[in-house]
Design a protein around this ligand. Structure first.
Ligand code: FEO
Ligand code: CA
Ligand code: CA
Length: 637
């Protein structure tokens, strides 16, 4: 067992290998750094007030105007629960949750996507699912997800949209699982092994229902499905017909991979974000990356998955599949209420290592989508639609196909500019022949505009007053600080807050640093490496962490009351050894939340057996936790 898992105790595949900086453009827009954040806060304070005034139904977008639970619940304070104290965390083979809360384990790796679909895999160390079984089970690497209440898009006979709090479709990303975890060996030895690895990646769509006696469970639905890297997909938007997305052998577009974070749309669909797609490609012959391939981190060995050994699509040296790599790195739209829908890759949103996406709606109905590109020294992006989303949807068009893409430059004085990535800019026209080519190489275009290199932009979320929170998880390789990334190296990460001009539609913004995680080091609310994020309509901000936590803690779910002047992290949950806390979604009444325990023990049963009780042998399995307050109150209160 030890030997089998010796390569696993690293967390490296996706914490180190993925984050070799691919940005060598050397943008350093600040001549001097570290202006006090207090002066930026003053600029920000005015913007927050202005944003609040013109602000339309904050998380109406995140929840399509559901009837979210009002306010504070039974607690007087917005974030009033008893936090997990550092000394409460004594056994990290199992999670520790606030004494005001309880959790239930749901859909661990290997759960049939509906009852009877296939057998269940329960963590037996002597076996693994077959690839066929895995294609009908929940996968590994539970990450971004969203709960779509039944049947929110269909009006009742009384003209209401039902807002079920006890039943819905859950779309959930399976970002990754290492070969030792998924296959029980370091490398695939056959195409069957590769197919198993491929099938534990992707997205699951499952129907959940709360039962009176037994809590939440998976039930049958015509909408249930698995989407993997072998599922037919479609391309839309400006790059859809680009030659750069065609291969000489004419193979149809297939699949999605390394689905990291996500976000819902106002029209009731799920957006899944393709992050470290480069890691699944490799080279069977001699390979020298082009400038563009290098910028996206493509390399001879990838992350060691070995798919290219048995599946030509992932061999960078196979001329038949020369453009396969360009088919990944997109935001992909999935309909949770149509199990036959072909997932659509929305090229207008650019091709980067998409972490997650948060959509805001302006008062004229257009949308802005905020997205991070998670790599050391990569950028923050925004997309703005040309049409109001309701108009587009009514006309059978997508608001995600027609719009403008921008990349952020953060200036020292607490303002910033959204720089448009358009072929109409002579600087970009000199480099690219079309908007399609520009979008396929979004990172290269962003380099040319002088965007600000950030400390690994992860999730985004829209706050109570219309502000956007951006988690910057860390950057151990930063040597030159700038105002928006003031620590060098940045070991602990930080959270930035932006407010756009012109009701989300403008090209300028104000910003400040909401919190430097290093500032919590000596406090009871210590946390580092902020990653997953979700803000509720009342000012609560939920943050999941991904990285070694201080003081003997494992990764955490912490909650802020953003209506207070001084940020204070309250610890709602601590995970298990070598896991990551990610994904966050909630029922419309905000009384049931779902979060993910990703890669518990990095797959090693010597570290934890969660969700099984400690036994030293059962393979730990990624799973979702259903979180409720014991008194039935609002989550976070
Ligand atoms: Fe998949 Fe950047 O986290
Ligand atoms: Ca992440
Ligand atoms: Ca991360």
């Amino acid at each position: 067992m030890e030997e089998q898992f010796k390569d696993l105790d690293n967390g490296q595949i996706h914490d180190e290998l993925e984050n070799i900086p691919a940005n060598k453009s050397g943008n350093r827009p600040f001549s001097s750094v570290l202006e006090a954040n207090t002066s930026r806060r003053k600029v920000m304070a005015g913007s927050l007030t202005a944003a609040a005034t013109g602000f339309l139904a904050p998380n109406a977008v995140a929840g399509w105007g559901w009837g979210y639970g009002k306010g504070k619940g039974k607690n007087k304070e917005l974030v009033g629960f008893k936090p997990v104290a550092i000394e409460d965390v004594v056994d990290t083979t199992m999670p520790t949750i606030s004494e005001d809360y309880e959790y239930q384990v749901l859909i661990p790796w290997g759960t049939p996507i509906e009852p009877g679909a296939t057998t269940e895999y329960t963590g037996d160390p002597n076996t693994r699912p077959t690839s066929a079984e895995a294609s009908l089970q929940t996968g590994l690497g539970h990450d971004g997800m969203w709960f779509f209440p039944m049947d929110q898009r269909f009006k009742t006979a009384y003209g209401h949209y039902p807002m079920r709090n006890d039943a819905g479709m859950l779309c959930i990303n399976h970002e990754y699982g290492t070969n030792p975890h998924a296959l029980g060996k370091p490398s695939p030895e056959s195409l069957e092994d590769v197919r198993l690895s491929q099938n534990i990646h992707g997205v699951s769509v499952v129907k959940l229902k709360r039962t009176f006696r037994r809590g939440w469970k998976v039930v049958k639905s015509v909408h249930s499905r698995r989407i993997t890297v072998n599922t037919p997909v479609a391309f839309s938007g400006p790059a859809a017909d680009s030659e750069l997305l065609q291969n000489t052998n004419g193979n149809i577009p297939l699949g999605t991979v390394n689905n990291c974070g996500s976000g819902p749309t106002p029209w009731g669909t799920y957006l899944t974000c393709e992050e470290n797609f480069n890691g699944y490609f490799g080279a069977n012959g001699s390979y020298t990356p082009t400038e563009e391939q290098d910028r996206y981190g493509l390399s001879e060995n990838g992350f060691g998955y070995g798919w290219h050994l048995f599946d030509k699509r992932f061999d960078l040296t196979d001329p038949d599949y020369a453009n396969e790599q360009h088919r990944f790195g997109w935001v992909v739209e999935i309909d949770p209420f149509d199990g036959t829908q072909k997932p659509v890759k929305r090229t207008a949103l650019g091709r980067v290592k998409h972490e997650a996406i948060a959509i805001a709606e302006s008062s004229d109905g257009r949308i802005a989508a905020y997205m991070g590109d998670d790599q050391r020294f990569d950028y923050c992006y925004k997309y703005v639609s040309n049409q109001a989303w309701k108009t587009a949807i009514k006309n059978g068009e997508s608001p995600l196909d027609d719009g403008s893409l921008y990349v952020a430059r953060f200036d020292e004085d607490g303002t910033g500019e959204w720089l448009e990535l358009t072929i109409d800019n002579p600087v970009l026209a000199a480099r690219f022949s079309s908007q399609a080519e520009l979008l396929v190489y979004t990172r290269v275009a962003a380099d040319l505009l002088g965007a600000t290199p950030m400390d690994r932009p992860e999730w985004t979320t829209i706050g109570k007053n219309g502000e956007v929170f951006w988690t910057l998880t860390n950057n151990s390789q930063r040597t030159e600080p700038n105002a928006a990334n003031p620590e060098a190296p940045n070991s602990d990460g930080h959270i930035i807050r932006t407010v756009d001009s012109d009701d989300y539609m403008g090209t300028s913004f104000t910003w400040d640093i909401y919190i430097l995680a290093s500032s919590t080091r000596e406090t009871e609310g210590v946390f580092t490496d902020p990653d997953a994020a979700w803000a509720d309509p009342y000012g609560r901000l939920f943050i999941g962490t991904d990285g070694g936590q201080p003081d003997g803690l494992q990764d955490q779910l912490v909650v802020f009351d953003t209506t207070k002047d001084e940020p204070e992290a309250k610890r709602l949950l601590v995970g298990v050894n070598s896991d990551e806390i990610t994904g966050f979604t909630i029922t419309p009444d905000q009384r049931t939340a779902f979060i993910n325990i990703q890669h518990p023990g990095n797959g090693s049963p010597a570290s934890t057996n969660f969700p099984a009780e400690p036994d030293g042998t059962t393979i730990p399995r990624d799973c979702t936790l259903v979180i409720t307050r014991k008194d039935g109150g609002i989550i976070g209160s």
